[in-house]
Design a protein around this ligand. Structure first.
Ligand code: TIU
Length: 237
């Protein structure tokens, strides 16, 4: 395993030791990507997020082939809703709310079909899955401990949505000393303007929260180091 790889990114090259870097895939759940879930309940066009699925699939396949650590997160609540802040339950004044029955089971509740990660990105055995009640993946979870126990210093962050759970998590990670590379083709928003702004805010001011790059550059770095083969890069894996 090489000590350091370089990926073209903004505001400047992202250098990382693969053994100390985890892929963190945020909330690629049916509740956000499929009709009838939490995302649609909030009034969003969930089809906006579909373009992230292919790039995440290719990246995850390559990351696994390279033998690197992938971690998945899911936003959701206990079936008894004891961890659901009343303010979050009533926000938006929607007729249906978290915990109500929908076409994919109870909305944003752990154990329900809608809470599952989409089949295309299903976690593999041994890949940690972090269940989080909030937008950030560090708050009220054991993510920081899991990363520390594996000596992880850097995160490649993907998933949905760019300006909500991805941004919140990157800010939490940055304050804990992690360096984050966010891949623009692997993160998605229901709002094109927030996609652009969400990425701009991360890389502004010399990378105030982290780096922004493209999965093609990361895949090329992994291939250049001999960590992945060509089929993974072409999506055949
Ligand atoms: N609403 C929205 O854009 N996102 C969320 O509520 N959660 C996540 O971003 N995962």
């Amino acid at each position: 395993m090489p000590d350091s790889l370089s990926v073209a990114a903004e505001p400047y090259t992202f250098a990382f030791d693969p053994a100390q870097t985890a892929l963190l895939i945020i909330d690629m759940q049916r509740d956000f990507l499929e009709p009838g879930g939490f995302g649609e309940m909030l009034g969003n066009d969930v089809s906006q997020l579909r373009r992230t699925v292919g790039p995440n699939r290719r990246l995850l396949a390559a990351w696994r082939e390279a033998g690197l650590l992938a971690i998945h997160t899911r936003e959701g609540h206990r079936p008894d809703l004891a961890d659901l802040p009343p303010a979050k339950r009533v926000r938006g004044r929607s007729a249906t709310t978290i915990g109500d029955q929908g076409p994919m089971g109870r909305i944003l509740v752990r154990g329900e079909p809608g809470h599952d990660i989409i089949a295309e990105l299903a976690p593999a055995p041994g890949e940690p899955v972090i269940d989080k009640p909030g937008k950030g993946a560090f708050w009220a979870t054991d993510l920081h401990a899991i990363l520390q126990h594996r000596d992880i210093r850097r995160l490649v962050v993907t998933g949905v949505t760019t300006e909500v759970c991805v941004n919140t998590t990157v800010r939490e990670a940055n304050d804990r000393g992690y360096e984050c590379l966010v891949l623009e083709d692997c993160v998605g928003s229901y709002f094109p303007e927030f996609q652009a702004a969400g990425l701009a805010m991360i890389k502004a001011q010399g990378g105030i929260f982290g780096w922004v790059g493209h999965s093609a550059a990361l895949l090329a770095a992994l291939a250049g180091a001999g960590l992945v083969t060509q089929p993974a890069l072409q999506g055949a894996a």
